[in-house]
Design a protein around this ligand. Structure first.
Ligand code: AMP
Length: 278
């Protein structure tokens, strides 16, 4: 049975008797197969699995994006039941940010480019809420999706710097059969946009194949992704990147492990994806 708790006190009580080690999967709900794979890995590696469901207002720049973010807690809890999750922490906003809350965790260089540049304040919100959630749960391990590759790096930096004891673990991206990475935001795509959206993965694969064939120019690999996106009229690229996989600095020459990444808008829906190489 999955137990659902909403307050810090209930969470503390439930965890006091929980079998160790504990694995936690932080989410914003509207759970899908990507989240399920994180839960499965957490379950395989820990005696107790906790899922947090919290749509974090502080990581949304655009109030409309926050308002439109899909929510269905009953469905989410039944997915957690199916995956054998022991505990769901689904707090309200004031339980996470009590009145008078006035602290921001700002991660430095790793949070600056890509999503950090495109969405000012986003990673402040992510780092702040993840620090709170990791502290409240006190798990041995926390599971994050490689789909949000920069988020994994930002959370890892924050956890090291703040001496958080929870190990940050990255899990592979789960995709639809046509290559589209699963995302709660995919629900906003209309049928034409949904049909066009696999172009993100195709662009990454085209650049990866060029790299495999020996291409080492960052500019030419970025151009390969841009050209693939340009062939899809509904895709409005936000950025394409070929960066050092550890620092996310753009590379002129791909002479080390790198991250291919991109962000693309389809109407008002913004999708991201990435592929490590090397
Ligand atoms: P979200 O609910 O979108 O904040 O995502 C919660 C966690 O699930 C994050 O660590 C995401 O990176 C991860 N996640 C989201 N989509 C996927 C996916 N397609 N494959 C693997 N992990 C994912």
């Amino acid at each position: 049975m999955t137990r659902v708790v909403r307050t810090r006190a209930e969470l503390r009580d439930a965890l006091a008797t929980a079998a160790r080690p504990v694995g936690v999967v932080p989410t914003m709900g509207w759970l899908h197969a990507g989240h399920r794979s994180l839960m499965r890995q957490a379950r395989a590696e820990n005696a107790t699995t906790v899922v947090t469901i919290f749509v974090n207002p502080r990581q949304f720049g655009d109030p409309r994006d926050l308002e439109q973010y899909p929510r269905n807690e009953a469905r989410d809890v039944s997915i957690c039941e199916e995956e054998g999750v022991d505990l769901v922490f689904a707090p309200g906003v004031e339980e996470v940010y009590p009145p008078g809350f006035d602290t921001v965790i700002h991660v430095g260089a790793i949070a600056a480019p890509l999503e950090g540049a495109a969405r000012p304040g986003h990673f402040d919100g992510v780092a702040t809420v993840v620090a709170i959630l990791l502290d409240l749960v006190g798990a041995e391990r926390a599971y994050f999706g490689q789909k949000d590759a920069q988020q994994v790096l930002v959370v890892g930096q924050m956890a090291r710097d703040l001496a958080i004891r929870t190990a940050v673990i990255a899990c592979p991206t789960v995709r639809e059969a046509d290559g589209l990475a699963l995302s709660s935001r995919n629900v906003h795509l209309d049928p034409r946009e949904r049909a066009a959206a696999p172009v993100l993965h195709r662009a990454l694969v085209a650049a990866r194949e060029a790299w495999r064939s020996g291409e080492r120019s960052g500019d030419r690999l970025r151009a390969t992704m841009a050209a693939t996106l340009a062939a899809e009229p509904l895709a409005q690229p936000d950025y394409v990147s070929v960066a050092d996989v550890a620092t996310l600095r753009e590379l002129d020459v791909v002479d080390r492990p790198a991250l291919l990444s991109l962000a693309v808008r389809f109407g008002s829906t913004r999708l991201i994806d990435n592929e490590p190489i090397g």
